[in-house]
Design a protein around this ligand. Structure first.
Ligand SMILES: NC(=O)c1ccc[n+]([C@@H]2O[C@H](COP(=O)([O-])OP(=O)(O)OC[C@H]3O[C@@H](n4cnc5c(N)ncnc54)[C@H](OP(=O)(O)O)[C@@H]3O)[C@@H](O)[C@H]2O)c1
Length: 248
């Protein structure tokens, strides 16, 4: 019987593959036999990809047009880009009253406008061939969290964007879904780990009593990238150690 979760030979582009969740995705898809391209915001970020079997490319997603040459290159070399994973993201931890104008727009540009533009560039390139988009949203797009106001807003927007694009592009053969991770142990959560009291409070509020590891999101990404999820459209799958489902 065919392996429904087979992603071997598929072309996958992961944004923000330099570290954290995106790095684990890039390596995990490579190990599953996919042809993987990964981006970082600058050259130093992607240097580790040399000789790793992952094709590293620089693209600052806050810059309009940054993703188009990479998508075009993949299509010209491999015929199509099977799946775009919009993973690059940015977060700060500060009171809503302290945000300066440039900080507000940095988060919006990275987490929302950048994701939108990448989806748009992918659709324009693939509109005759169909495609598959996985947006990395967050449980903070579903519930509020202190000191994360703008971030929460952008992740809620990504969840809605996912539904809207799924509705708009389904007729062109596109599948668009999102993953909502809970608290995952990466550079992004260092600011929480540095404060033992906050970390303890956080862990005790997670039914599984610990942060997740980036590897614990990989199976969901492979599922969404594979034919096993062919009837799943516009969904946001929560992977959070029970935070949302149990603590509702
Ligand atoms: N960690 C969590 O608890 C958690 C929970 C829910 C959702 N998420 C989401 O999961 C995704 C990955 O998070 P993470 O924890 O792995 O974060 P991370 O370790 O901080 O890594 C962030 C990644 O995004 C890239 N990036 C940031 N700004 C960029 C830009 N302007 N252009 C291109 N790339 C950019 C970074 O590239 P450089 O190395 O070049 O800077 C890096 O690869 C994010 O969307 C995040 O919001 C994370």
């Amino acid at each position: 019987m065919k392996n429904l979760f087979d992603v071997s030979g598929k072309t996958i582009l992961v944004t923000g593959a330099s570290r954290g969740i995106g790095k684990v995705f890039a390596e995990g898809f490579r190990d599953s036999g996919a042809i993987v391209y990964g981006t970082g915001s600058k050259q130093e970020s992607i240097e580790w990809m040399n000789d790793s079997g992952i094709q590293g490319r620089v693209a600052d997603i806050t810059k309009p047009g940054s993703m188009t040459p990479i998508i075009d290159e993949i299509r010209s070399k491999h015929g199509r880009l099977d799946c775009l994973i919009n993973n690059a993201g940015y977060a700060t931890n500060k009171p809503a009253s302290a945000f300066k104008e440039d900080e507000i727009y940095k988060i919006i540009d990275t987490n929302f406008a950048g994701v939108f533009r990448a989806c748009q560039a992918y659709y324009k390139a693939q509109k005759k061939d169909g495609g598959n988009i996985i947006n990395i949203a967050s449980v903070l797009g579903l519930r509020g969290y202190s000191l994360s106001s703008v971030y929460c807003g952008t992740k809620g927007a990504v969840i809605q964007l996912t539904k809207a694009l799924a509705a708009e592009w389904i007729g062109a053969g596109f599948k668009v879904n999102a993953i909502c991770p809970g608290f995952i142990d990466t550079d992004m959560t260092i600011m929480l780990k540095e404060k033992p009291q906050i970390l303890e409070q956080l862990n005790s509020s997670i039914p599984l009593k610990r942060m997740g590891k980036p590897e614990e999101l990989l199976g969901t990404a492979i599922f969404l990238a594979s034919d096993a999820s062919s009837y799943i459209m516009g969904q946001s799958i929560v992977v959070d150690g029970g935070l949302i489902e149990i603590m509702r």
